[in-house]
Unconditional design. Structure first.
Length: 67
């Protein structure tokens, strides 16, 4: 699976944006959405240098819901 196909979420916490992958338990942050996503991509690339592809969860249609 190509990390370009991963599903990610981004939200603002204080002055920072947090980007989190739904496919693996990896997140990053930045001062803008774009920076947070760029940093997430870098974190994912570093993670997969040592991890196997079997740690990836397939996420097809994520939905935000309130509980």
């Amino acid at each position: 699976m190509d990390i370009a196909d991963f599903k990610n979420v981004v939200w603002k916490e204080g002055n920072q944006y947090v980007a989190q992958s739904l496919n693996v338990d990896i997140s990053s942050f930045g001062s803008s959405k774009e920076e947070a996503l760029k940093n997430l991509r870098e974190a994912l690339e570093l993670y997969f240098e040592d991890a196997s592809d079997d740690v990836v969860f397939i996420v097809e249609e994520p939905e935000i819901v309130s509980v």
